[in-house]
Design a protein around this ligand. Sequence first.
Ligand code: AMP
Ligand code: GLY
Length: 421
Amino acid sequence: MKIMVIGGGGREHAIIKKLKENPAAQEIYALPGNGGIAADATCVDIGAKDLDGIVRFAKETGIDYAVVAPDDPLVLGCVDRLEEIGVPCFGPRKNAAIIEGSKVFSKDLMKKYGIPTAAYEVFTSAEAALAYLETAPMPTVVKADGLALGKGVTVAMTREEARGAVREIMEDRKFGASGERIVIEEYLEGPEVSVLSFTDGTTLIPMISSMDHKRAGDGDTGPNTGGMGTVAPNPYYTEETAKECMERIFLPTIRAMKAEGREFRGCLYFGLMITRDGPKVIEYNCRFGDPETQVVLPLLESDLLTVMQAVTAGKLAECEVKFREAHACCVVLASAGYPGSYGKGYEITIPESVRPNVYVAGAALKDGKTVTSGGRVLGVTAVEKTLPEAVKSAYALAEQVTFENRYYRKDIGARALKALN
Ligand code: AMP
Ligand code: GLY
């Protein structure tokens, strides 16, 4: 079977490694992949947003199945385009990917169907938004409507900060057309939990919960990043909370999407906050999270390709999805300076014994060597019986992967460990 995975980060590397456990996944192509993924798949130099190039390649190569992993191609309609030429896909169509592609859409959906989330207002002009901020309670949260490389959200402690965010999004157009509308919403407090799920639009099976570490520095300080590490499961996600989420959030969401004529098939990601009034939705993503996938998939006991194909066929109800009774920790190794400016082109050394645990995000091949090419370079995941062991192992393995200017947080899992005790 010829499989194509769209994307080129640590998440895609984790998906590819898991798919390869099935002998039917003989040929895997990554578009564009990266210098580390090249060890596990054939990388093809076609960008994830180049839908014409992707369709042409699928036709020429005779691709049997496609996994569209990143938000951009999903929101642009990559799945629709591939289905037109008869390639079955894992991932939502354009009309369902909007659940991530537009914050206004997702907030309105939650309001209409009574799904718990922060109270909000939508604005189409900076003037109206700034007027509203004069009397809005602080802190508040300002969000660009469209995709913004994960940087479209500002949690503003002061009125001045909130005004600054509005101006950047709507006047300076920092995120282009994604800033034509903004959402200003109520500030929520509580631990955050990420829950990825498999859904075929009717059946939804949650994956094991996880915890991201978004800030660059230890103790959750410094600027926001794409994620510096993860642990799974998330200790704040109790059985009782899981039950409540299923009844009040997960199932109502897929039913709402179906009722709107936007059936969602693929991985639906729930960014949740466990508030004093119960769990609330912070955001939906129409895809696997990064670096959540690097701890969730290593704990998946069932065969990923089988589950994905059941999702595509609308037969998830007939499929068993099992997770190991274990804990995983992923430590991201970045280039010092990230998320600001950083150097590139440093050779990466990975001992053979550590390779199975490594998910490469930002590397290139140069003269037969693997060199750094991104801010987040790779993630190292360990799976163990307990969380303390998983954290310890992940750091022991991460220490063995070296490159110049290597930087990583020293406290991945610390908050989860504290919650456990
Ligand atoms: P994002 O960039 O969408 O991944 O999320 C940015 C982060 O902003 C989230 O992980 C939360 O920590 C925070 N956030 C988003 N919405 C709210 C809210 N309503 N209240 C408090 N924090 C929020
Ligand atoms: N880790 C959060 C995301 O993938 O958006």
